[in-house]
Design a protein around this ligand. Structure first.
Ligand code: NDP
Ligand code: DGY
Length: 329
């Protein structure tokens, strides 16, 4: 059974995505695909034009899907499927109001993102970029007892802000490094925390007592700007701050102040505001700040599986069937 041209459902895809997902959409035989076939984001005006009349929208975290986009799409729109687990780029209230279903990609990127977080933490706390730079620029004169010394994980206290899927996976990976105490905060204690001997504590306690503060919560009105001047002022001078959630959880001016004044030891960020971070941004002038270009989930296999899940969510939304990963609105 093949659909006639009129029965085909219009699907707008805002970027070139991994072929695994693209193949599923093509093979399904129900989509009239319209793809912004580029590695760069679709310009807003193009998005507003391209989405008109679409039944399905496959988007990325860099696309802001708000009332304007939903209005531009019009009443056909049944499903939005995002190639991400984060959904802070989607105007959920507006989407819910219109009865549109949302698909996202939890779980499949948890391991890759936790692994990258551990890599960023070790890179930052052990001052690897500085060391690599010194080898290249001739700063390495001899083995020196106090040169490039830093703070390690063994015997330390780690604090995880948001012990969700990724937060727990980070904690599991850090424990074997000899972490002594694992603190966490969130909206409520988590039974899963037992597995990592996690102690549920107030944010204030976590910030004051942790040698490593790791942010892995979602971006919400409650967490926006959570890591600000007051927050950093409570951290120990020897502590390291890591963020792999969303840039907006951090007040970057306050972080710059804390790093440049020696209020905290170092910071590692996989996410910033804006993205990309301008190359002349003050944070990039600091030796004790390591910034990565939002590559938490960037392994070939993870991105492949993310694209498949995103495609299958979209197809299920179009046919009115159960999605593999539907966001409960
Ligand atoms: P989860 O929903 O499993 O975890 C989010 C956690 O944040 C939950 O445990 C939640 O706690 C917690 N949280 C929510 N509000 C607060 C708050 N006010 N204070 C403290 N904690 C809070 O999502 P994932 O673990 O799958 O993903 C987490 C985030 O990581 C994503 O939303 C995304 O922004 C980011 N991410 C970044 C990637 C990267 O490339 N750097 C890759 C993938 C994800 P509770 O359960 O109590 O509500
Ligand atoms: C997400 O999925 O939210 C990440 O930021 C990218 O994988």
């Amino acid at each position: 059974y093949r659909m006639s041209a009129q029965q085909m459902l219009k699907v707008y895809v805002t970027r070139r995505i991994p072929q695994e997902g693209m193949k599923l959409l093509q093979k399904a035989g129900i989509c009239n695909l319209s793809v912004w076939d580029s590695d760069e984001p679709v310009p807003r005006a193009e998005l507003l034009k391209g989405v008109a009349g679409a039944h399905g929208l496959l988007c990325l975290l860099s696309d802001k899907i708000d009332a304007e986009v939903l209005d531009a799409a019009g009443p056909n729109l049944k499903v939005i499927s995002t190639l991400s687990v984060g959904f802070d780029h989607l105007a959920i209230d507006e989407i819910k109001k219109r009865g549109i279903r949302v698909g996202y990609t939890p779980d499949v990127l948890t391991d890759a993102t936790a692994e990258l977080t551990v890599a960023l933490l070790l890179t930052t706390c052990r001052r690897l970029p500085e060391g690599v730079e010194e080898v290249k620029n001739g700063g390495w004169s001899t083995w020196k007892p106090l040169w490039l010394c830093s703070y390690g994980l063994s015997g330390s206290t780690v604090g995880v802000i948001g012990l969700g899927r990724i937060g727990l996976a980070i904690a599991r990976r850090l424990k074997p490094f000899g972490v002594k105490r694992l603190l966490y905060t969130g909206r409520q204690p988590k039974p899963q925390a037992q597995e990592v001997d996690g102690e549920y504590v107030p944010l204030d306690t976590l910030v004051r007592e942790s040698d490593f503060v790791v942010v892995s919560c979602s971006l919400t009105p409650d967490t926006q700007g959570l890591c600000d001047k007051t927050f950093f002022s409570k951290m120990k001078k020897t502590s390291v701050f890591i963020n792999t959630s969303r840039g907006a959880v951090v007040n970057q001016e306050d972080l710059f102040g804390a790093l440049s004044s020696g209020q905290i030891a170092a910071a590692g960020l996989d996410v910033t505001t804006p993205e990309p971070l301008p190359t002349d941004h003050p944070l990039l002038s600091l030796k004790n700040c390591v910034v990565l270009p939002h590559i938490g989930s960037a392994t070939y296999s993870t991105r492949g599986v993310m694209s498949e899940l995103t495609a299958n969510n979209l197809l299920a939304g179009l046919t009115g069937s159960e999605m593999p990963s539907e966001l409960k609105l």
